[in-house]
Design a protein around this ligand. Sequence first.
Ligand SMILES: Nc1ncnc2c1ncn2[C@@H]1O[C@H](COP(=O)(O)OP(=O)(O)OP(=O)(O)O)[C@@H](O)[C@H]1O
Length: 247
Amino acid sequence: MIPQLAFRDLTLGYDRHPAIHHLDGTVERGALLAVVGPNGAGKSTLFKGIVGLLRPLSGRVDLCGLDRREVAYLPQVADIDRSFPVSVYDLVAMGLWRSIGLFAGLGAQERHRIHHALEAVGLTGFERRPIGNLSGGQLQRVLFARLLLQDARVIVLDEPFNAIDAKTAADLFALVRRWHGEGRTILAALHDLEMVRTSFPEVLLLAREKVAWGPAEDVLTPANLQKARRMCEAFDEDASECRVAAE
Ligand SMILES: Nc1ncnc2c1ncn2[C@@H]1O[C@H](COP(=O)(O)OP(=O)(O)OP(=O)(O)O)[C@@H](O)[C@H]1O
């Protein structure tokens, strides 16, 4: 077992108000980890901390020697600015930034890779469409095509199957399985506990702090789920700054 990502007494939050408290734990290389918890449990916050969009209030995320550019991130579709005037092709091409740089032109090989990524998500022919007039499922397919090109060792997916049709969810989950088979490390925030039970070997249940972490059948017990709900309901949004953060 080789560690790929470690949380060390990690506290993350906004304006010094913690959303996740003192998280410890290790994600092994090649893990397929579901992160679950009630609304407001801190799943998106944790992912933003992993990809460096949010600096820890205290503690740290240890990438175990991996360059942060090797971590690919799928934000929630709701966080994507659909009014941004960019075509499907250009959005997918952004997945190549790490390998070819921001201002390099696209050669025949890169155009070929983009073509293949669009084909893999079933969007051949959509190249010139502005992202503003795609359906939610089509946009999610575009974002997965961009992930394909990123070719990252660690892939962090924030609610990848929310509000999309069953066929799209199945197609995109097939890609997740493929990445898992290739030995990549995958973390996904999910609400569909049935899908987690059937398809994810490992689960982190969050409720502002770790409730349980381990095999799905040990974590997703009625007692743990009830505990997580109670912890989130009891949380005081106006609580004062974390003691550790204030030090
Ligand atoms: N930009 C922000 N500024 C201030 N507080 C925020 C911000 N983003 C999230 N929060 C707060 O942090 C807490 C955790 O939110 P987060 O989005 O991480 O939860 P989540 O588990 O992803 O929830 P959901 O399942 O609803 O997406 C919530 O109380 C939320 O209100």
